[in-house]
Design a protein around this ligand. Sequence first.
Ligand code: MF3
Ligand code: CO
Length: 264
Amino acid sequence: MIIYKTAEEIRAMRESSEIVAKVLAELRAMIKPGLRTSELDECAEQRAREFRAKPAFKGYRGYPASLCISINEEIIHGIPSARTLREGDIVSLDFGVLYNGFYGDAARTFPVGTVSPLAQRLIAAAEQAFYKGAENMTEGKRVSDISAAIQQYVEAQGFSVIRQFVGHGIGHSLHEEPQVPNFGFPGRGPKIRKGLVLAIEPMIAAGDWDVEVQSDGWTAVTKDRSLAAHFEETVALTESGVEILSQAGGKAPGADLIKEQRYA
Ligand code: MF3
Ligand code: CO
């Protein structure tokens, strides 16, 4: 069952999501070669607590940290450790909090120093794919219209879409219905209407989409060890259209945002 949110509930979710956005922006500023990934996790946890928010992932199905940190061929759910970032790596940070009874969830992939042209294109494609999906979150369309738009864009860039993990509804629970795959045929699944709040999160690979989970039971890597990128925002359909809750100011996506290049 999909739980649609009132305008007031969306206001509360905007607060949770903006905390996530602020913490991710702070973490981004820390990224440099030599940084231990556990330092990012400690910072995320501390900043969440300073915002009076609870890190959403710690303890979720036994996940041991506040932040997911996935490097290079790691797609998602990488566990922070003593591993250090290296020049040329790409690093995905996925963070969520519980605040005011509501979850916010977002992820971005960042370059560490100078990265290869392929890595730059992959990072940009994950972000653009998110916007292509979010543009389809309009009244009367169906959830799989979001999925199909993401897949079409990603594959046109020569990349592939991860199948084993999907986006999701979000609210009082971190994962609610509906599932939001990043692939599929348009015109299927539930109809989109006001009050729908989704975590839209394209996960893409430079090579094949097959996934392997490492022996830690969490870290998902591409089977062919090709580079992967992840971009996620918590998004709501409101009276004024699609709103990205997990960005300061909650901008609505449009042509201007599609052109925005934050990782060049
Ligand atoms: N953003 C991730 C998701 O939507 C959350 C990681 S789940 C955890 O599934 F188990 F790692 F915490
Ligand atoms: Co998510």
